[in-house]
Design a protein around this ligand. Structure first.
Ligand SMILES: [Zn+2]
Length: 385
């Protein structure tokens, strides 16, 4: 490239790069402050997420051309945005990022702007966007595409993460060169979503192991995103944040700390059906005879739908919507029941309420008398006489 080339307000620096300044880091810090303020807005979590994405992400992503951002660069900003939006603590980080959307990811925005600037340059000049080398903005572009599962197969050419995706070729003379700006952006977004899905599937989590056979499908992901809408419990279910009586019992700190308390010993009875089966997520949603499930709502056979409520392309949209609504309702009911239980005072069994109150009153009086006695002893003798 002979000189810098201005394209729609974005200027690609020469391949040699330019000295890295602290401006980009200062912008990220300013964006973190914006996201922190968004979290304090008196709005719903989904509205706060949209504000944080619109205000903080473009600020942080701007300017990362000649120096690819490190994975840790946007870590704090991502955490601030997550805090502003829906963020179920048990959910998987990759799935939560997927359902928050690409607009909430500064790393994606920073990489995408380099690819799109190079693509616009190729379209305008009708030749490759520059000299393919290992420095400057070319390196930033290559690092971004590789982080999103593209494989470099030649100069300005990257193989798609899966057979259904398109190849990225930035040489306009090639047959795979994408002419439409919308399609180029769509290919990048889909690769980003698929990378997050595969990250979750590769993890050693209960949900990942159960859904090991589930493959990423663009249509399925789109249908699920539409079903979630602005509903916090639906969001939590599709992100792998189930709540069940059994899970709470196993994770309860007071029980977990008990020495020699095996997992089996910590199993509890289902408060709805009082059966012998452990009340895990699958039980409370689909197997419990007393959970109030309508007879027409048959349990899903697809593991990704049964566990995470993801829409199935083999079922009708109405069935997919009912399944996710039902799982969100169960999650809400379990949480409410746990909270109700936690609010109830823990009294010894078998003792009538008036006797319990009398015992508490006596204990209180006794402790007050003890305190007074201690104070009295601390006083000098001449004051007591
Ligand atoms: Zn049950």
């Amino acid at each position: 490239m002979d000189s810098a080339f201005g394209l729609l307000g974005v200027e690609l620096a020469p391949e040699g790069g330019r000295p890295f300044t602290t401006k980009e880091v200062a912008r990220v810090q300013a964006a973190e402050l914006v996201a922190k303020r968004c979290a304090c807005l008196p709005l719903s979590s989904f509205q706060k997420l949209r504000y944080a994405s619109a205000k903080a992400v473009p600020k942080a992503a701007y300017g990362w051309f000649c120096c690819p951002p490190k994975p840790s660069t946007f870590k704090r900003l991502d955490a601030m945005i997550a805090r502003a939006g829906p963020n179920p603590s048990q959910g998987d980080a990759s799935l939560k990022q997927l359902f928050r959307g690409h607009s909430s990811s500064a790393a994606f925005a920073a990489g995408q702007q380099v690819v799109m600037a190079a693509w616009r340059r190729a379209v305008k000049s009708n030749k490759p966007p520059g000299i393919f080398r290992e420095e400057g903005w070319v390196m930033t572009l290559r690092a971004f595409l590789e982080a999103n599962s593209f494989t470099e197969s030649g100069p300005w050419r990257w193989a798609a993460p899966c057979a259904s995706s398109r190849v990225i070729d930035l040489d306009p003379s090639g047959s795979d060169f994408i002419r439409s700006k919308g399609e180029m952006g769509h290919v990048l977004r889909e690769a980003w979503r698929q990378t997050l899905f595969e990250k979750w599937r590769a993890r050693n989590l209960v949900t990942s192991r159960v859904c090991k056979s589930g493959q990423y499908s663009e249509a399925r992901c789109t249908a699920t995103r539409k079903l979630v809408g602005d509903h916090p419990h639906r969001f939590a279910v599709v992100c792998g944040a189930p709540v069940s009586f059994q899970r709470r019992a196993v994770m309860e700190p007071s029980r977990a700390k008990e020495k020699g308390c095996s997992k089996r010993a910590r199993m509890i009875q289902c408060p709805w059906c009082k059966g012998r089966e452990a009340p895990d997520w699958d039980h409370v949603c689909w197997r419990c005879p007393a959970n109030g499930r309508a007879p027409y709502l048959a349990p899903p056979t697809d593991p990704l739908q049964r566990r995470l409520g993801w829409a199935s392309m083999a079922r009708t949209p109405a069935y997919n919507r009912d399944v996710l609504d039902w799982m969100a309702e169960i999650r809400q009911r379990v949480i409410e029941e746990q909270r109700r239980k936690a609010r109830k005072p823990q009294m010894p069994k078998g003792e009538p309420v008036p006797q319990q109150e009398e015992r508490k009153r006596r204990q209180l009086n006794f402790s007050l008398a003890q305190q007074q006695e201690r104070k009295r002893r601390r006083l000098p003798i001449f004051l007591l006489s």
